[in-house]
Design a binder for this molecule. Structure first.
Ligand SMILES: Cc1cc2nc3c(=O)[nH]c(=O)nc-3n(C[C@H](O)[C@H](O)[C@H](O)COP(=O)(O)OP(=O)(O)OC[C@H]3O[C@@H](n4cnc5c(N)ncnc54)[C@H](O)[C@@H]3O)c2cc1C
Length: 503
């Protein structure tokens, strides 16, 4: 059978035997799945999670662990930062667009403090310490950091800057290998399992099963055998992004061709495709998070220029914002230029990403020589440095708004790093859902029995991004999915369904 056939929904009448049954069936045991499971189980539902791999965690357990929270969380307050839901909403509307789901952003900002308390109640640890240096992550186990450019131009003029990157405490972490995401997932998994949530591993969901217009279950494959699983109250899709689905990347988010990152190979878009085949709406399929493989301590002290030698973004902002601007607006052409004094200073600082501190590609005594070494047209880089220095001497950056603390004229020997093509990322687009995580049909109506959360949905970010937005909306709307599906009426009287478990 071709994949285009197998992706289509199956009619319930064609299912001869239901091999398993639960009130709520959740596909995927990452951040959205575990949060859906906890809330559904607490509401009294019998919950079954189906996970493709041999263990829980998904991308979430490998993540750095930023959770984007604010509005005055106890951690923000303990560390002396003022924030309100309205302030958080203002920032998110400005930074996460264009085209954000305004209702979701208002809802998320207002629910953020409660969500923080819920995570803490589930056992997620946050250390009361703030990391205020430029960086991708705190290098130690600090619990709070700016993670979206809130304190940089242009956002520091639009909303009161407040750090919202909340990181679960993790000892001896290593960026990209062992991070706070594990300490987010572990207590949540323990909570789910203490509530009696059942989990089946090494099982891969296949097709949605529908009865009239309602989703009543799904099929799955395990060790080559197809089985059918009945979901009396509904199915929650929590299978992650489409970063690793070649055709979808080519069709929807071609800037990411050949450059997936911060995702796992199981992120093959299956949840999106299954629901789309049922008529679900998609949103912001072109939106992408973009990592830029440079050390923020170096960037803040230097200038980042495009293929024409011109600055295009303030260098002291969230490095993911620099990545997006580079990939999407500058055709992935970028160089980092710094003088010897600032370079030496940057190397004395702490960083979570020492592997991004590679030797420079070119060094020269003057900007004219550096420009020639880099192969840039005469005076393209020289004029950029001249204008930057002119204003930096006055402690200003009228072009891009870099903060005075990072402004110093670039003088003496100079170095440049070739950053062309140094970006990678994951997809942010997916199923359009409402505030109860119900999957919306193209008609605008919810599809009965079908819920989704996490990176298989279009969440808070429609274009811009902040670190923590994925674990943030995945956990928040995972919970909503769990609450809503548990509260829905069953699709049929259980006793009328003939079931047995195959041997
Ligand atoms: C190194 C790294 C660092 C990151 N840092 C951050 C960060 O600091 N903050 C942040 O917000 N985000 C971060 N992310 C991204 C974030 O982890 C993900 O976007 C997030 O986990 C998505 O949540 P999810 O529930 O949709 O997917 P996941 O957490 O990946 O869970 C999806 C689960 O579904 C399973 N699955 C897939 N297909 C099937 C199928 N057919 N049948 C059954 N199960 C299936 C997968 O195996 C997986 O377990 C990072 C990611 C990585 C890898």
């Amino acid at each position: 059978m071709s994949e285009s056939t197998t992706i289509r929904p199956l009619r319930a009448a064609e299912v001869s035997t239901w091999d398993q049954q639960a009130d709520v069936v959740i596909a995927g045991y990452g951040i959205a799945g575990v949060c859906a499971a906890i809330e559904a189980a607490r509401a009294g539902a019998d919950v079954l999670i189906l996970e493709r791999t041999g263990g829980w965690g998904g991308a979430a357990s490998m993540a750095g662990g930023f959770i984007y929270l604010g509005g005055g969380t106890p951690l923000q307050q303990a560390l002396g930062f003022e924030d309100t839901p309205e302030n958080m909403e203002t920032f998110m509307l400005a930074a996460f667009g264009p085209g954000v789901d305004k209702a979701k952003i208002a809802d998320y900002s207002r629910g953020s403090v409660e969500h923080y308390n819920w995570l803490v109640d589930c056992g997620v640890p946050f250390r009361e310490a703030f990391w205020g240096e430029p960086g991708w992550e705190p290098p130690h186990d600090e619990g709070l950091m700016y993670s979206g450019g809130e304190n940089s131009a242009p956002f520091n003029t639009l909303a009161v800057p407040a750090p919202r990157g909340h990181v679960p405490q993790m000892a001896n972490k290593r960026t990209g290998a062992k991070g706070g995401g594990y300490m987010l997932m572990k207590p949540l998994v323990e909570t789910a399992e203490s509530l009696g949530v059942r989990v089946e591993y090494d099982i891969r969901i296949g097709r949605l099963v529908v009865d009239d217009d309602r989703v009543v279950g799904l099929t799955a494959r395990r060790y080559g055998k197809e089985i059918a699983i009945r979901a009396d109250r509904g199915v929650v899709l929590a299978t992650g992004s489409f970063a690793y689905q070649k055709e979808m990347i080519e069709g929807y988010a071609p800037r990411l061709i050949g450059r997936p990152a911060a995702a796992i190979e199981e992120h093959d878009g299956i949840g999106i495709r299954l629901a789309h085949a049922l008529g679900a709406q998609l949103a912001h399929m072109d939106a992408t998070e973009v990592a830029f493989m440079a050390d923020p301590q170096l960037m803040a002290r230097g200038i980042v220029v495009n293929g024409r030698g011109q600055r295009y973004i303030t260098e002291d902002t969230y490095p993911g914002r620099i990545g997006q601007a580079t990939l999407i607006q500058q055709d992935n052409q970028s160089y980092l230029v710094i003088d010897e004094q600032s370079y030496e200073k940057a190397l004395t600082t702490e960083t979570a990403t020492p592997f991004f501190r590679q030797p420079p590609t070119w060094v020269a005594e003057t900007s004219a020589e550096l420009e020639a070494e880099m192969g840039l047209p005469t005076r393209a880089l020289q004029s950029t440095i001249e204008v930057y220095n002119l204003h930096a001497e006055q402690g200003r950056d009228p072009l891009l708004g870099k903060k005075p603390e990072w402004l110093r004229p670039l003088r003496g020997p100079l170095a440049a790093f070739d950053m062309r093509g140094f970006t990678a990322g994951f997809t942010l687009g997916g199923l359009r859902t409402d505030l109860d995580s119900r999957v919306l049909h193209v008609s605008g109506e919810p599809i009965a029995g079908l819920y989704a959360a996490g990176r298989c949905t279009s969440g808070l970010c429609a274009g811009g991004y902040a670190s923590g937005a994925s674990l943030g909306d995945g956990s928040f709307y995972g919970r909503r999915a769990g609450l809503a599906v548990a509260a829905s009426s069953p699709s049929a009287d259980r006793s009328s369904i003939q079931t047995h478990v195959r041997n």
